[in-house]
Design a protein around this ligand. Structure first.
Ligand SMILES: [Zn+2]
Length: 388
């Protein structure tokens, strides 16, 4: 198996060393990248997401013309709280050809390879530009990349392709699900638990809503996936957290739960929330007969659009050539790809490491995956030098 370069390893060790859990600032990591690019004569621009705390970085190597390739990656990582790691999560540790550390697969490995290739990109004499787009706050709903894309649309000559380096084991992925997340809050009426008829039990109302979500989830599962490309092969619906009640002898006034739906591209994203809303309206009628101050409110907290497959798009054609592959895949996790696509940029996902290792304790990326990504980038350098 091919091994990745020492420079990639060193850069990955440095990137993993910054604890860029989404709740933290990413400014130190961005300053490190700016400094590195600067030392190779590349100017970069910060596009702030949260002034003084969170920023995105965009830089161009090569001529300032249309037809370039965007390499996009996020700088934040998911928390390690409560996870049992065999080594220090923010210190890269190599064991048996695997590089362990938070973000090694998702997705600092990709950024490390891209940075390690910068000297090569600079020396290549590119005829078409390579743009680097590093974003913040991806893991909390692809938030940071939104102002970055707006900036790119305004200020960059139109690129021909965007490659998102999320871990796909270097497979070219041209479709992913949309992810919508919601928070539902039930407001009941407190009462002594001996007088249940004087109160409105928010936890028990939430139970009815959860039962409806279970029914909807089962229905979506039965409906399946006509494209046959997704795993799981259906629009999935899931409740992640719930919180409610004060004590067992108090009829609870409040219950809140967070839930999500991951839609197959093209699915009606309004259907599941609309049907839960119908159920909520029926429950509210009974609640308000006891007290008019009760109610159920659902708000959408995050909306990450899906990536629609566009067969033969410039991004797909380029990435398949660079990956030396004929096949595209589809994934069930969200990326900023759908947002780039909405902005009119042809987009695919292709990056080193496996999503199976992401977000878990002992996250790792195989050195051979980083080597495969290096070979991909070497081919990109050559392709970007060819005259069209
Ligand atoms: Zn990611």
């Amino acid at each position: 198996m091919a091994d990745c370069s020492l420079l990639t390893r060193e850069l990955l060790a440095q990137l993993v060393g910054f604890d860029t859990t989404s709740r933290n600032s990413n400014l130190d990591l961005v300053a490190f990248i700016e400094d590195y690019l600067g030392r190779h004569g590349i100017a970069s621009t910060r596009v702030d997401h949260e002034a003084g705390r969170k920023t995105n970085l965009v830089a161009t190597i090569g001529p300032d013309i249309a037809g370039g390739t965007v390499l996009s990656g996020h700088t934040d990582v998911v928390p390690v709280d409560g996870q049992d790691w065999a080594s220090e999560p923010f210190m890269l540790d190599e064991r048996d050809g695997r590089l362990y550390g938070r973000g090694s697969a998702d997705m600092k490995g990709f950024i490390a390879v891209v940075l390690a290739m910068v000297p090569r990109f600079v020396a290549a004499g590119l005829k078409r530009p390579i743009h680097l787009a590093f974003s913040c706050d991806e893991e909390v709903g692809c938030l940071g990349v939104r102002p970055l894309i707006a900036h790119m649309v305004k200020s960059l000559p139109r690129p021909a392709a965007v490659i998102i380096g999320e871990p796909t084991s270097m497979q070219v992925v041209n479709a992913h699900k949309a992810v919508h997340t919601y928070e539902t809050e039930v407001t009941g009426l407190e009462a002594h638990s001996s007088n249940t008829h004087h109160g409105v039990n928010a936890v028990m109302v939430a139970g009815d809503l959860l039962a409806e979500i279970n029914r909807l989830a089962a229905e979506m599962r039965r409906r399946g996936d006509a494209t046959g490309r997704f795993d799981p092969p259906f629009t999935s619906v899931h409740v992640g957290t719930i919180e409610g009640g004060t004590a067992k002898n108090i009829v609870p006034r409040r219950c809140v739960f967070a839930w999500e739906a991951r839609f197959i591209p093209g699915a009606d994203t309004d259907e599941v929330p609309a049907r839960l809303e119908q159920k909520a309206a029926a429950l509210e009628a009974a609640m308000r007969a006891v007290s008019p101050d009760t109610g159920i409110a659902t708000r959408r907290t995050v909306e990450v659009p899906g990536l629609r497959p566009v067969e033969g798009s410039e991004a797909e054609t380029l990435a398949l050539t660079l990956a030396r592959s004929n096949d595209t895949g589809a994934v069930s996790y969200g990326t900023e790809g759908g947002l780039f696509q909405q902005a009119g940029y042809p987009t695919v996902v292709c990056g080193p490491g496996s999503i199976d290792q992401a977000h878990k304790p002992d996250e790792y990326v195989e050195a051979s995956q980083l080597a495969a990504c290096e070979a991909f980038m070497e081919r990109l350098a050559r392709a970007s030098c060819a005259t069209v």
